[in-house]
Write a protein that binds this ligand. Structure first.
Ligand code: FE2
Length: 188
């Protein structure tokens, strides 16, 4: 049986945090704390949100707020998969459900700039870890699966991430390309 109660509670908590509003650093700190509580609870992410796709990493919609003020995504990287350097254009918090995620963050160039990207930080995130991945002013990173099992993370974003126009970057030149990462279909 799916243990949905903990997720329902988490969604209620995030909705209250988002509605209260404030600085993105304040919002993400509170969402990160709530996500930590969820990951330590008995909640089990249903298997339908853990299915990798052998061709590309996938993003499943676990929850999208009716007013699109936030969304909860399950991001799945199969062993050896990576997401190209991208931004989010909103805030984001990541919690690891299984496996290991390797993240390289980059200094966000201004929208007018096109120059080689500068690395900011490299980090490994393990099962149970929570991290603030993004605020609108610092949201460029590259993510890959660093475990021998698929890496599954719950990613919370400050909008409907399946609809936001955002950008993919070329590391050497800083050239960017607009993309919308559409939600992948959940199969039961
Ligand atoms: Fe990302």
């Amino acid at each position: 049986m799916e243990k949905q109660h903990e997720m329902d509670q988490f969604i209620e908590n995030v909705a209250a945090i988002v509605q209260k509003g404030g600085d993105e650093r304040f919002i993400t700190a509170q969402v990160a704390a709530a996500l930590g509580v969820l990951l330590k609870s008995n909640y089990e992410l249903p298997t339908k949100y853990r299915v990798p796709n052998k061709n590309k990493y996938v993003l499943y919609p676990v929850y999208v707020a009716p007013d699109e003020s936030f969304s909860v995504a399950s991001a799945v990287w199969d062993v050896g998969q990576a997401a190209p350097i991208h931004d989010h254009r909103t805030w984001g918090v990541i919690g690891i459900v299984q496996g290991t995620e390797y993240e390289v963050s980059y200094v966000r160039p201004t929208d007018e700039e096109e120059k080689p990207l500068k690395e900011l930080e490299k980090s490994y995130l393990y099962e149970g870890d929570v991290a603030v991945c993004c605020t609108t002013d610092q949201d460029v990173h590259e993510v890959s699966c660093a475990s021998s099992i698929p890496c599954v993370g719950l990613h919370i974003y400050g909008g409907n991430i399946g609809k936001i126009t955002r950008y993919m970057y070329e590391k050497a030149t800083g050239k960017k390309k607009a993309v919308v990462t559409k939600w992948d279909k959940v199969t039961n």
